[in-house]
Design a protein around this ligand. Structure first.
Ligand SMILES: Cc1cc2nc3c(=O)[nH]c(=O)nc-3n(C[C@H](O)[C@H](O)[C@H](O)COP(=O)(O)OP(=O)(O)OC[C@H]3O[C@@H](n4cnc5c(N)ncnc54)[C@H](O)[C@@H]3O)c2cc1C
Length: 416
């Protein structure tokens, strides 16, 4: 059997890893010149390690990713350092890592803090079989009803608005549940970055006979050369590349909105955030949603003693920021970055800035999403689809990309 895999992100790599282990002939097509998709990296000459274009970490319960790291003998490089997550609200930064932090979160009145803690605990212990029922509610409705107006308006609404903009009120509560359920206090990273895991998977795939075709966009003319084709690229690509879809199938999949991720990376001499790794912006008028200080997770010696800050954004495909140069984006963000750290010497400290765009990086899950969620099986014989629109209710992540890749590989192997 000869299989084509479209896309060499974590899903495509995981399919290839499993199939080549089974001695199945695999060709992997990747339109970019490097592997890793949304989890790919870049590097600078004086750095010891590459850096993800978009911030990445694992949770302690990301079992598929952690098992794979062990299987590939990279366990000694895996770390779960102590990091701080905070909330930026009305000019102040509040730690938000533990129940104690919530209790000390003074913008909420005490009764609201207690109520928030109880509901968070409820969501944390609610099992998936029941939580999926929450998809019939919008997160807006459910959060305001159960957390109360104050907690909704200060804690949750700004996060939903920041991430989903005009689509925020459409997000379903099962997705929100998954975010709370999944989150762990410790966050993990690999010395050498995600690239180390990607390289290790690619090495195994090559050793087992898999072939990579980089800078090669797969198109429907390639299909006839293979017994099976597994598409791991975004749904949008699938719908625009393959022809003659049944009308209803195309209509169903076209309904899934996606946002692009835009990350602005500042390389600086000094840290922008003093101690905080992850700063959520809980302000409705900021032009970005979070600031992540990588060098509060990983020592700056990995990056030639330079410091790394991502300024994070998710935007609809037609948003003007997506066309901005790093310089234009810097000018747009600067007044707001100054609010976060008014003492930071931007002129003296900034070495360079980059922007990275992750297309179709965030599917948007409205109420009753499970009715439109795509399947592996497509209308075409021997063509399968496996991408991040399917990991629902979980939010997309490399852990689920690995799990998805294994599942579709199992299905294809069974059918061969
Ligand atoms: C801002 C951001 C932060 C994130 N943070 C985390 C995190 O902290 N932890 C975590 O685990 N995950 C995180 N993720 C999610 C994680 O990166 C993704 O879930 C995962 O990488 C998805 O892998 P994938 O293979 O399904 O998709 P992708 O990575 O999108 O891979 C699809 C591949 O298909 C290729 N492709 C598209 N069209 C074609 C074509 N015509 N021919 C050939 N190839 C094609 C693309 O170039 C791409 O390489 C984050 C993502 C973003 C955007």
């Amino acid at each position: 059997m000869k299989v084509a895999i479209v896309g060499a992100g974590f899903t495509g790599l995981s399919v290839a890893y499993k199939l080549t282990k089974e001695k199945i002939t695999v060709d992997i097509f990747e339109k970019e010149k490097s592997l890793g998709g949304l989890a790919s990296s870049f590097s600078l000459p004086n750095w010891q390690n590459p850096l993800e274009k978009h911030y990445h970490h694992w949770f302690t319960n990301d079992s598929h990713a952690l098992d794979l790291i062990k299987e590939l003998g990279l366990e000694q490089d895996l770390i779960f350092p102590k990091t701080t997550t905070s909330i930026y609200y009305q000019g102040n930064s509040y730690p938000f890592n533990s129940p104690l932090d919530l209790l000390n979160f003074h913008p909420l009145k005490l009764s609201s803090r207690v109520r928030t803690g109880v509901i968070l605990l409820y969501l944390k212990i609610l099992p998936k079989v029941w939580a999926i029922e929450l998809e019939k509610f919008t997160a807006y409705y459910w959060l305001e009803k159960w957390f109360g107006k104050q907690s909704f308006e200060i804690l949750w609404q700004p996060l939903l608005l920041g991430k989903f903009g005009a689509l925020a009120s459409k997000i379903n509560m099962a997705w929100f549940w998954a975010r709370i359920k999944k989150r762990t206090m410790r966050l993990g990273y690999l010395h050498g970055g995600y690239q180390k895991l990607i390289d290790s998977m690619a090495h195994e795939i090559n050793q087992n006979g898999g072939k990579f075709f980089l800078s090669t966009s797969f198109d429907s003319n390639h299909v006839s050369k293979y017994d099976k084709v597994i598409v791991t690229a975004p749904t949008d690509y699938f719908l625009n590349t393959f022809r003659n879809f049944p009308v209803e199938y195309k209509r169903r999949l076209s309904q899934i909105p996606h946002l692009h991720a835009l990350n602005f990376v500042m390389i600086t001499k000094k840290k922008f955030l003093d101690r905080v790794y992850w700063l959520n912006i809980n302000e409705n008028n900021f032009p970005f949603i979070g600031v992540i200080q990588q060098t509060n997770m990983i020592d700056c010696s990995s990056y030639g003693n330079q410091h790394i800050t991502w300024v994070a954004n998710y935007l609809p495909p037609n948003h003007p920021y997506l066309k901005m140069t790093p310089d234009m984006l810097y000018k747009t963000y600067l007044p707001f970055l100054k609010k976060i750290n008014k003492d930071f010497d931007f002129q003296g400290s900034i070495i360079n800035c980059y922007t990275f765009l992750g297309k179709f990086a965030q599917p948007v899950f409205p109420v009753h999403y499970s009715r439109v969620k795509p399947d592996f099986i497509t209308p075409f014989d021997n063509v399968y689809l496996a991408n991040m629109d399917m990991v629902y209710p979980w939010d997309r992540g490399t852990n689920y990309a690995i799990e998805l890749g294994y599942e579709v590989a199992k299905m294809v192997t069974r059918e061969s």
